[in-house]
Design a protein around this ligand. Structure first.
Ligand code: HEM
Length: 253
């Protein structure tokens, strides 16, 4: 164990000078602070989720399921908090927001490398998003690594293979998960893992819905600062699933 340095304070431990010195409103309008704090909080939670997902990937990779459930449950709880935080942002009226929206320039949550990395680490890999990161930036490098490394979905399928299932085609993978659900008592650990994955997909979809609703409430059908069609683009992301096989099999049960 590392010894606690004598005299270390709360502010030292948490590096609060830097953390609380990192809010730089670009207007003198009261509401811009909320906008900055909500986004920074989201980036911190994303950091924690990536930390838990990385652990889960390695635990599932070594069949340590009970420990993986714990980390995955934590991810789901953080997602609930993030979804709830839209209610705080919704206190920002269209009038409040339009007064400072111009200061954002072309910046947008669309460019959040951590959000995209979370999608990639779960299994929603799309190399086109690399172009939206600055060339050679740390964010782009992390996304490149995440594209190449096994996702949580890849590791869940590798666990299926170790349990004796065939996973040599998409159809074989779908059939294997269906068998896990049909005989959940025999394959309880994999079944439980799959349900933890569905919890995460469910919460991610709920977050996307609430984002869209909040965006419609605040900017209506205006185009996004990141250059997309705005609400119409966000609506097109609602059907994204990290684990579509686990959703599809429900029709077969
Ligand atoms: C006034 C508040 C907000 C508005 C009007 C807004 C609007 C938008 C729009 C229009 C997009 C599509 C890309 C673009 O053209 O910019 C987008 C993407 C995104 N926003 Fe927001 N947003 C808001 C707040 C937030 C907050 C608080 C978060 C995080 C907690 C967030 C996270 C994201 C993410 C991660 C994306 C990418 C989604 C994807 O590609 O699937 N946004 N936002």
């Amino acid at each position: 164990m590392t010894a606690t340095p004598a005299g270390m304070s709360y502010a030292d431990y948490l590096d609060l000078d830097r953390l609380l010195g990192a809010q730089h409103p670009r207007s003198d309008l009261h509401d811009e602070m909320l906008f900055i704090v909500i986004h920074q909080t989201k980036e911190l939670w994303l950091k924690q989720m990536l930390h838990e997902v990385a652990l889960s990937i390695s635990l599932v990779g070594s069949d340590r399921f009970a420990e993986a459930y714990k980390a995955l449950s934590r991810v789901s709880r953080i997602q609930s908090v993030m979804t709830l935080s839209w209610d705080v942002l919704a206190t920002l009226t269209p009038v409040d927001y339009s007064a400072f929206r111009h200061v954002l320039g072309t910046s947008s949550g669309f460019q959040s490398a951590q959000f995209r990395e979370l999608e990639f680490r779960l299994g929603i890999k799309d190399s086109r998003f690399l172009e939206h990161q600055e060339g050679g930036s740390a964010g782009q490098e992390r996304l490149r690594a995440a594209l190449q490394e096994p996702s949580l979905w890849d590791e869940a399928n590798a666990a299926l293979a170790r349990a004796g299932f065939r996973i040599d085609s998409e159809e074989a993978i779908a059939a294997a998960w269906l068998r896990v659900y049909r005989d959940s008592e025999t394959h309880f650990e994999l079944y439980q893992l799959a349900e933890k994955l569905v919890d995460i997909d469910d919460a991610l979809a709920a977050w996307r819905h609430k984002h869209l609703l909040t965006v419609e409430r605040i900017i209506g059908m205006k185009t996004g600062t990141g250059g997309s069609a705005g609400a119409a683009y966000l609506a097109s992301t609602l059907a994204k699933r990290a684990f579509p096989v686990l959703w599809a099999l429900r029709t077969e049960l």
